[in-house]
Ligand binder design. Structure first.
Ligand code: HEC
Length: 141
């Protein structure tokens, strides 16, 4: 029961209407994956900043979401799909090995999240945030 509520809470945190007007289903799917990563990162960031209490089960679920979604990046981005609303840059597909390595780095950073206490979470979140920035800086508009 408690677990179901947590799942419901995480799903609600995903902005389902954020992609209005996206027509290409593949672009939609990869945006949804990133949006789930974004929502989970926000959950963890709020705990790291002390805006919400560090809740072990919620933190672990958010971590698992990031690990799972990071593992899907290479599959979701493999087709060179485009959409006027997409923020993906074309060098993703010319520098594919580097792009997917950055996806793996995200996964490793998520696996390395430390929930011991707020300080440990905040420190490990910096590595996680660095992995988002490393990819967005090069491959996102
Ligand atoms: C391997 C590269 C890569 C990594 C790592 C990565 N992203 Fe992204 N992200 C992208 C790309 C590319 C887009 C644009 C996708 C598009 O618009 O087609 C994007 C888009 C997004 C979006 C917008 C989704 C939407 O609603 O359109 C969010 C939010 C986001 N990323 C959050 C994150 C967060 C938070 C992290 C780290 C925890 C992260 N991303 C790590 C490549 C990455």
């Amino acid at each position: 029961m408690r677990r179901t509520l947590l799942i419901a809470a995480l799903l609600t945190a995903t902005p389902l209407l954020a992609h209005d007007g996206v027509k290409d289903p593949q672009v939609m799917a990869r945006m949804d994956g990133m949006a789930a990563i974004g929502a989970a990162t926000k959950t963890l960031g709020d705990m790291a900043k002390g805006q919400t209490p560090l809740h072990q089960a919620k933190a672990r679920m958010a971590r698992d979401t990031i690990v799972t979604q990071a593992g899907k990046i290479s599959t979701l981005f493999e087709p060179e799909a485009s959409d006027p609303k997409s923020e993906a840059l074309p060098n993703i597909w010319t520098d594919w090995a580097d792009f997917t390595a950055k996806g793996e780095a995200l996964k490793a950073a998520a696996k390395g999240l430390d929930f011991t206490d707020q300080a440990a979470l905040a420190a490990s979140m910096r590595t996680l945030g660095g992995s988002c920035a490393a990819c967005h800086k090069v491959y996102r508009k």
